[in-house]
Write a new protein. Structure first.
Length: 318
């Protein structure tokens, strides 16, 4: 038996051979080969609740980028609270949705700081990502990272293998299905980032470029039936990427260490309920024991073990 200790110093991950057992860190949670991230901007009246409802019917989470001044509009805060209750992520889309190029640096700082404070005050969570209003402005990347883990745009520029699609009123079931097929079958892509604003409906308020709700429902059904990807939030994407970049697997005197000291500041700052890492353990049917285990799966070659770093720090393998 050896024990996996989640502590120590940082470094790059690698496969370690211990008593005939090899361990590596999976590219994505649960060893998914592909992940999909749905993001929705602006928190327009009615659209946060309706989108969260539809996604929830398929068991899919989303990230909602909130314009926090809109929390003063009756019903908007309740909609965001409802979305959060369904395990969606709430993130910042600024206070008032200005074009950053048209305002002063001090005003940009206010938009970034105050919107994070608003989300913390109203919902008790610390937003980890920021969605730029209108378009990305790289003049303020360092300032964004003063208040957030990163921006959505910076994530798509940093994490390799992304395919980005901005939803619009011309999207149909056929066009979305074609896009998804390209994503699944092209090895150059490992994660798909959708950006949208809301769904078309006669009963909802206005939003920018609403997506046809009937075609979108059909598309979600296709994804569910296909089961070739895992749907996770923007925070999940960034948290997993940061963990994977900042832990290492080291064998010392019969003990395997997954070093996570570099993650302590990140894990303590953000409110995400989980900080998971998925390990691929290749060997003869090991017996696993840990309070940190949240999921165990098997394929022809590996035990696929997902650990929550917030829940424990050891994994015994017999």
């Amino acid at each position: 038996m050896f024990t996996l200790l989640l502590s120590g110093c940082s470094g790059a991950s690698f496969i370690e051979d211990v008593d005939g057992i090899k361990i590596d860190i999976a590219e994505w949670p649960y060893n998914s080969k592909k992940v999909v991230c749905f993001t929705w901007d602006d928190s327009s009246t009615g659209h946060t609740r309706s989108t969260a409802d539809l996604m929830g019917q398929f068991g899919y989470p989303s990230t909602f980028y909130i314009i926090t001044s809109r929390l003063a509009i009756p019903g908007i805060e309740d909609e965001c609270e409802y979305a959060l209750s369904l395990d969606n992520e709430l993130a910042s889309h600024s206070v008032s949705h200005p074009l950053f190029a048209s305002i002063s640096p001090s005003e940009v700082d206010y938009e970034l700081r105050k919107s994070a404070e608003d989300i913390k005050e109203h919902f008790g969570v610390t937003p980890s990502t920021f969605g730029h209003p209108y378009r990305h402005n790289d003049d303020y990347d360092d300032l964004v990272e003063k208040y957030y883990m990163t921006s959505r745009y910076r994530a798509q520029e940093t994490i390799p293998g992304v395919l980005v699609h901005v939803f619009n009123h011309r999207d149909t079931y056929d066009s979305l299905s074609k896009l998804y097929g390209e994503f699944i079958h092209n090895e150059d892509y490992s994660w798909l980032l959708f950006k949208g604003h809301g769904l078309s409906s006669d009963t909802l308020g206005e939003c920018y470029e609403p997506l046809d709700s009937i075609d979108f429902r059909r598309f979600l059904g296709l994804m569910k039936a296909d089961a070739s990807s895992e749907v996770i939030t923007m925070e999940d994407v960034m948290m997993y990427y940061e963990i994977k970049q900042n832990v290492s697997i080291v064998h010392e005197e019969g003990t395997v260490f997954v070093n996570t000291d570099a993650m302590n500041a990140l894990l303590s700052r953000y409110s995400h309920p989980k900080a998971i890492i998925t390990l691929l353990i290749k060997g003869a049917n090991p017996v696993l024991s840990s309070e940190a285990i949240v999921d165990v799966r098997y394929d022809d070659t590996s035990s696929i073990v997902t650990l929550d770093l917030r829940r424990g720090n050891t994994l015994s393998i017999l």
